[in-house]
Ligand binder design. Structure first.
Ligand SMILES: Nc1ncnc2c1ncn2[C@@H]1O[C@H](COP(=O)(O)OP(=O)(O)OP(=O)(O)O)[C@@H](O)[C@H]1O
Length: 326
């Protein structure tokens, strides 16, 4: 095996099992995102891989090297956190050059210039870090993490302190920088858009378990469990019979149909269902309707609809089928 291989990893804080028996592989050059609700164990897994938390069981290997008992700074991994933790007493240049102290000055200088260009901050080398915006500071933190050419970069919510618009822009900057430098990366986030935009494969964690790891399109079209589908935004989950009655797909008795965010569509020839509530969200109206089984489904429309009943149909292409059991 080349790249990162994590086998049977367990991280515990006293009685709390934060990571329970996780297997994960990241190939050289690959970007893998770990997605999951708060407390699902993403950071703990990342910290276990970095060596910042001990594994009470399991192994972390790079290629054939077992790193499980190797100190953090000897793993050859880079780290980047939400708060880039720049050194305030150093300039931008000084921060980026920080991990390059063993290199000759000329090499250091060239590498710093190269990295500042990669993150779009050419010409900012002499600036004090206290004079940077939040987004610029995170770019410097990224350049600093990439400068020593880590064989794996571990990123823990690196953009979560930034506001929404800046975050969307920075996802592009980050993805370009990782790909331009061919960096292998493991990226922890609770933001699905970020994970899907950036990663070659996305893993979903819940309660310390890694439920599924797949390319974004596969994860979206073929979630293997109700937990993964629910986390991605499918729901409610209805019986096959009801789904078919609304025009959706059928399902076996031990399966459920997950209704995707855009799967319920207004259709004058469809089934009339009572409207419960409607609200605006980013240029569209979300209309909640009561499904025949009592659950609430949401329809997206361009404008508010009259109170009373709304006729709708269930688009099979927006639904997934998952086992009842999980
Ligand atoms: N230092 C700690 N001491 C005790 N329990 C901890 C510690 N750090 C995390 N935990 C617990 O371990 C579990 C996993 O936490 P972790 O921070 O890994 O989750 P996460 O998915 O990264 O969450 P978030 O997105 O909120 O950062 C949670 O139950 C959390 O309360």
């Amino acid at each position: 095996m080349s790249g990162l291989t994590v086998t049977g990893a367990v991280v515990r804080y006293g009685d709390v099992v934060a990571v329970g028996d996780v297997d994960l592989a990241v190939a050289p050059g690959e970007i893998v995102a770990l997605l999951g609700a708060s407390g699902s164990g993403k950071s703990s897994l990342l910290r276990g891989i970095a060596g910042l938390e001990p594994l009470v069981a399991g192994q972390v290997c790079w290629g054939d090297d077992d790193l499980t008992d190797v100190a953090v700074h000897k793993r050859g991994f880079g780290l980047m956190f939400q708060d880039g933790q720049l050194f305030n007493h150093l300039s931008v240049e000084g921060n980026v050059a920080y991990g390059l102290y063993r290199e000759p000055k000329a090499v250091r200088r060239a590498r710093v210039a190269e990295l500042l260009a990669v993150v779009g901050l050419s010409g900012y080398g002499k600036r004090r870090v206290s004079e940077l915006s939040g987004g610029q500071a995170q770019r410097v933190a990224l350049a600093r993490s990439l400068a020593p050419r880590p064989r794996l970069l571990l990123l823990d919510e690196p953009l979560s302190a930034l506001d929404r618009n800046l975050r969307e822009h920075m996802v592009g900057v980050l993805g370009d920088a990782l790909r331009a430098t061919g960096t292998t990366a493991l990226y922890v986030t609770h933001d699905q858009d970020e994970a899907f935009a950036l990663a070659d494969r996305v893993g979903v964690m819940q309660a310390g378990r890694l439920l599924q790891v797949d390319p974004p399109d596969v994860l979206w079209r073929e979630p293997e469990s109700r937990a993964v589908a629910g986390f991605l935004g499918y729901g409610p989950f209805v019986a096959g019979e009801l789904s078919q009655r609304l025009g959706g797909p059928g399902a076996a008795p031990n399966e459920l149909v997950g209704i995707g965010p855009a799967a319920l569509v207004p259709d004058p020839t469809g089934t009339a269902l009572p409207v419960i509530e409607q609200r605006y969200q980013r240029g569209e109206v979300l209309v909640d309707v009561r499904l025949p089984d009592g659950q609430v489904g949401t329809v997206r429309t361009a404008e508010k609809v009259p109170n009373g009943d709304l006729a709708l149909t269930l688009d099979p292409s927006g639904c997934v089928i998952v086992p009842v059991s999980h």
